[in-house]
Ligand binder design. Structure first.
Ligand code: ADP
Length: 254
């Protein structure tokens, strides 16, 4: 439109510059596209055999009851590492898909209160941490993609558990404000220093490698959460105080 008009009437140097810039941009976007495709292909190719390896390990662990303690431990470690890597690959695949606009969402209406309770029951299968729900209204309607929503909430609950002491509770607060549904995941854990708070949603970003290392993540969880929440038309933010705890707030449309 207007920019093209300027370029057409500009001196030849400016025209050349504009053409060069256009060409560079198109090359750049091509190489981004190639990188995304590469990540996506590699993730996919690695995930398939790893899933098979994991399956075999599980079946040996289930069927063999004459394993020595050392064998048992070795197989369990191998299986859990395979599982962690499969999850990482799935995350990379989701992010690559989101980047290229291929992540699709099946949006439907649900009662948020019931949904959150369902996810908590699921989370309690992996952890015996006390997780309580506090709602200010019932029913709070939300429009979300069911499996993506579960993924988001499990990710945030998982973090709340990982980055706090076992004796502290996790509280999920549900609110409605005009046409917005608000979910807050609150922990009384280690907290996040202010200067890191905006960066934790970046890919592979972790606050404290030494402390985070033991918890076995790789810094992709929150970038997935952000991508998925925004993909459903919502937003996510954090409030945290070092040594006191963190609150992750998800806002969704009703
Ligand atoms: P991961 O947990 O795999 O490291 P995430 O993307 O989920 O990756 O989180 C990024 C970083 O943000 C974590 O390494 C941790 O330092 C910090 N973090 C996330 N959630 C919490 C929380 N509830 N309390 C304190 N720190 C957190």
């Amino acid at each position: 439109g207007k920019a093209q008009l300027y370029v057409d009437n500009a001196p030849s140097e400016v025209k050349e510059l504009a053409q060069t810039l256009t060409m560079l941009l198109s090359r750049l976007s091509q190489s981004w596209e190639q990188e995304r495709e590469f990540v996506s292909n590699v993730s996919h190719e690695l995930r398939t055999p790893l899933t098979i390896v994991h399956g075999y390990l599980q079946s040996v662990l289930r069927r063999q009851n004459n394993l020595t303690e050392i064998q048992q431990e070795a197989l369990e470690t191998a299986a859990s590492e395979a599982e962690r890597t499969i999850r990482l690959l799935q995350d990379l695949l989701d992010l690559a898909r989101a980047d290229s606009g291929y992540l699709n969402f099946q949006m439907k209406s649900y009662v948020l209160n019931d949904l959150v309770e369902e996810v908590v029951v699921m989370a309690q299968k992996y952890s015996d941490r006390l997780i309580t729900i506090e709602s200010t209204a019932y029913p709070i309607e939300v429009k979300i993609d069911y499996s993506r929503f579960k993924q988001i909430l499990l990710n945030l609950i998982d973090n709340a558990i990982k980055y706090s002491e076992a004796s502290t509770p996790i509280i999920l607060k549900l609110n409605q404000f005009h046409d917005k549904a608000i979910i807050q995941i609150c922990d009384k854990g280690y907290g996040i220093p202010l200067q890191h708070q905006t960066r934790i949603f970046e890919r592979f970003y972790r606050v404290d490698e030494s402390r985070s290392h033991a918890t076995g993540g790789c810094g992709l969880g929150l970038s997935i959460v952000k991508t998925l929440v925004e993909g459903m038309g919502g937003s996510v933010s954090v409030q945290s105080k070092l040594g006191e705890g963190s609150v992750f707030t998800i806002t969704l449309l009703t």
